[in-house]
Design a protein around this ligand. Structure first.
Ligand SMILES: Nc1ncnc2c1ncn2[C@@H]1O[C@H](COP(=O)(O)OP(=O)(O)OP(=O)(O)O)[C@@H](O)[C@H]1O
Ligand SMILES: [Mg+2]
Length: 231
């Protein structure tokens, strides 16, 4: 099995070293896997996800994702725009743009006609069941619909890896299930590697592999978790 993520002794601190967000993380993730990341608030999950997606860089150690050495490459923009799709808890949609224009954003880095860009974005909106709302502003949509737009936007570049930070955190359980089904479907059909940070035991259970972050380190990913994390 090929690893799509290889992390070695990754360290990251904030506030002049006073806060050690990551304290020597070693982690390999197989290509095409579905991994959940759990752990207490403040344990370092978002920091880790941001490093995998090159939104931030570590102080020490190495991070290799989809063949890019993120500490060394001068092509971080290519990496971000071609390899990763991000789904955040707060979907970060741009309120002044329509739904379809929001989904088109990641395509601007490619040489692509406006017509093709729109076609691609509409295909993804179709996939998440929102083609009929393409022209609306995201402020008119429900929370679940906005999250589906964010997923369409994360996927429009056909990434190899999807990084989702509490993608269902602000949604009711029915809507959460719909969003998860969507992500899992993509993972299964397209062999996309799916990494989901979650506090939700039901979400975590669906993954092939569970990883726990404790005080900035990965602890054994096969042990059973303290249930208190999820309540
Ligand atoms: N930009 C920053 N500046 C200073 N400290 C930060 C910054 N980002 C994160 N931290 C600190 O680093 C530690 C890890 O934060 P992180 O956001 O990775 O936690 P988390 O596991 O995602 O928590 P949560 O479950 O609450 O989202 C925390 O102590 C946090 O306060
Ligand atoms: Mg977080």
């Amino acid at each position: 099995m090929t690893s799509i993520v290889k992390i070695n002794n990754l360290k990251k601190s904030y506030e002049n070293g006073n806060i050690k967000a990551l304290n020597g993380v070693d982690l390999e993730i197989d290509e095409g896997d579905f991994v959940s990341i759990v752990g207490q608030s403040g344990s370092g999950k978002t920091t880790l996800l941001n490093m995998i997606g090159a939104l931030d860089i570590g102080d020490e150690g190495s991070v290799e994702v989809a063949g890019y050495n993120l500490n060394k490459t001068k092509k971080l923009n290519n990496f971000r725009s071609e390899k990763v799709g991000f789904v955040f808890q707060l979907h970060n949609l741009i309120p002044n743009l329509s739904v379809v224009e929001n989904v088109e954003i990641p395509l601007y880095v490619h040489k692509m006609s406006g017509k093709r860009r729109k076609e691609n974005a509409l295909n993804l909106l179709d996939l998440v069941g929102l083609k009929d709302k393409a022209k609306m502003k995201p402020t008119k949509l429900s929370g679940g619909e906005r999250q589906r737009v964010a997923i369409a936007r994360a996927l429009v570049n056909e990434p190899s890896i999807i990084l989702a930070d509490e993608p269902t955190g602000s949604l009711d359980s029915k809507t959460s299930n719909d969003i998860l089904k969507l992500l899992i479907n993509l993972h299964e059909k397209e062999n996309v590697t799916l990494i989901v940070v979650t506090h939700d035991l039901n979400v975590s259970k669906l993954a092939n592999r569970q990883i726990e972050v404790l005080d900035g380190k990965i602890v054994d990913s096969n042990r059973s978790f303290r249930l208190s994390y999820f309540f």
